[in-house]
Design a protein around this ligand. Structure first.
Ligand SMILES: C[S@@+](CC[C@H](N)C(=O)[O-])C[C@H]1O[C@@H](n2cnc3c(N)ncnc32)[C@H](O)[C@@H]1O
Length: 191
């Protein structure tokens, strides 16, 4: 694997996102992800809301040394085109542990994501749908008793996800809010 080239692609992708006003995870979330994934060592990862693939590539690089894989999900055009382009590009440099399915997460056939639960799920999609993702993940058995879930941007957009903690408590999930920046943070969810 050409690690230096992959890091350069990752760097350029962040620059592209900033320049084109495509959302991508903050530096603080990225740093926290690195610590979290190194600690918990998930093998099967899922990302809901991949945009152009910055956090997907970041996660793929972090879990690759242990043989981990990531499946991303993105519904919007033209983000999907850039995401496909980057996925093909990084494959040329030896990073083959991630793929992306295109469409609205709640409507994708389960078989397209593989029919096994995930060890780690990063949620960075439509904020108002966060509670629906929980129900969908539980009802479709996409999580097991040790699955860890991280919801991004839960402080900045807390007004859009009023039902999230209520839904989590309904399913008996524990949750921990981590403020990573002045105005934003993540919610870590586990059973
Ligand atoms: C904040 S951006 C994701 C940024 C990305 N995680 C990163 O850091 O590179 C949110 C993305 O989620 C996508 N999205 C929102 N709701 C979705 C859904 N229900 N299914 C799939 N994608 C969704 C949007 O199109 C948008 O591109």
């Amino acid at each position: 694997m050409h690690h230096k080239s992959l890091l350069l692609i990752q760097h350029n992708l962040r620059e592209y996102c900033i320049g084109s006003q495509v959302p991508c995870i903050s530096q603080a979330t990225q740093e926290y992800l690195a610590v979290f994934l190194t600690k918990h060592k998930p093998m099967r990862c899922l990302e809901i809301g991949s945009a152009c693939g910055y956090s997907l590539l970041t996660t793929a690089l972090l879990v690759e040394p242990r043989g981990g894989t990531v499946c991303g999900c993105e519904r919007a055009y033209p983000n999907r085109v850039i995401l496909s382009h980057n996925t093909a590009l990084v494959r040329q440099y030896g990073l083959t542990n991630y793929n992306c399915v295109f469409g609205q997460f709640l409507q994708l056939p389960i078989t397209s994501r593989g029919n096994e639960p995930y060890d780690f799920i990063f949620v960075d999609a439509q904020k108002a749908e966060y509670p629906l993702y929980i129900t969908h993940l539980v009802e479709n058995k996409l999580i097991h008793e040790n699955t860890k879930i991280i919801f991004d941007d839960v402080i900045k957009y807390q007004d859009r996800m009023t039902d999230l903690t209520q839904t989590l408590e309904q399913y008996g999930f524990k949750h921990e809010l981590k403020q990573l920046e002045n105005d934003d943070g993540i919610l870590i969810v586990y059973q």
